[in-house]
Design a protein around this ligand. Structure first.
Ligand code: JDE
Length: 233
């Protein structure tokens, strides 16, 4: 998969992409990421990317031209299917990101992510350039960059070959639709707190049953709305 990210702060991506699973995924050529500075697509002396809102109001709005031109420059390098390229705007007004959306995005061979900033982006970007608008949650960030990193992380780890063991993604919380069951590692007794005996029993059927019950109980207590979405066996 190739991911193009449009941002005013490309440096923000240096540490996350230089670490952990990204680095391995990028080094192994399963993923490539290109960062594009929106400011490089301005033409005036001051490299202006924002302007006042028509109609007034506090705060600046991202101008359409540099964003349209940055996406056009990406599309110009694509041999076929440029008209179908997913172009995703990250804003608090988008459709809510979740594991299902991550799976959907993991099915594309390329993605373009646009990181909004300031008080907003000119509506024509949303209407005539973006093919999708995603929000990672109901809070306001100072820019779309952190949201883009969340999306990239959740999508990249679903790509075949990115995670060490193939089993791990399918086993995840939110793939089953249930929250994760309690997990323990050694020592079996720590500060007087013991690991549940069933986990030390070696009885794999009993362990699986216990974990499933714990997952359901935890989901009912913490996220009851998730239970309505799934068919329990
Ligand atoms: C993404 N969930 C939250 C924020 C913004 C007031 C101040 C700022 C036009 O694009 C944006 C993008 C962002 C950053 O993204 C998020 C986000 N998922 O906050 C604003 C809006 N109103 C605008």
């Amino acid at each position: 998969m190739h991911i193009d990210i449009l941002t005013l702060f490309p440096q923000m991506f240096d540490s996350p992409f230089g670490a952990s699973i990204f680095k391995r995924a990028i080094d192994s050529k399963l993923v490539s990421v290109s960062l594009h500075n929106i400011r490089d697509h301005t033409h005036d002396k001051h490299r202006t990317v924002d302007d006042y809102a028509y109609g007034g109001g506090a705060g600046m709005i991202l101008k359409p031209e540099p964003i349209f031109e940055a996406v056009a420059a990406i599309k110009a390098t694509i041999k076929e299917g440029a008209e179908k390229l997913p172009v995703i705007l990250l804003t608090p007004q988008g459709r809510r990101f979740c594991q299902e959306v991550a799976g959907e995005l993991a099915g594309y061979s390329r993605l373009v992510l646009i990181c909004g900033r300031y008080e907003g982006v000119d509506e024509r970007v949303r209407q005539h350039l973006a093919t999708d608008e995603i929000s990672i949650g109901d809070y306001v960030l100072s820019g779309g960059e952190l949201a883009a990193m969340v999306v990239v992380d959740a999508v990249v780890r679903l790509l075949p070959g990115v995670l060490g063991s193939a089993a791990s993604a399918a086993d995840d919380s939110h793939t089953s639709g249930l929250l994760e069951y309690p997990q323990y590692t050694r020592p079996p007794l720590y500060k007087g707190w013991s690991v549940p005996a069933v986990l030390l029993s070696g009885d794999h059927a009993r362990i699986a049953k216990w974990r499933h019950e714990q997952a359901i109980q935890r989901t009912r207590q913490r996220r009851p709305e998730l239970l309505e979405k799934i068919d329990l066996p």
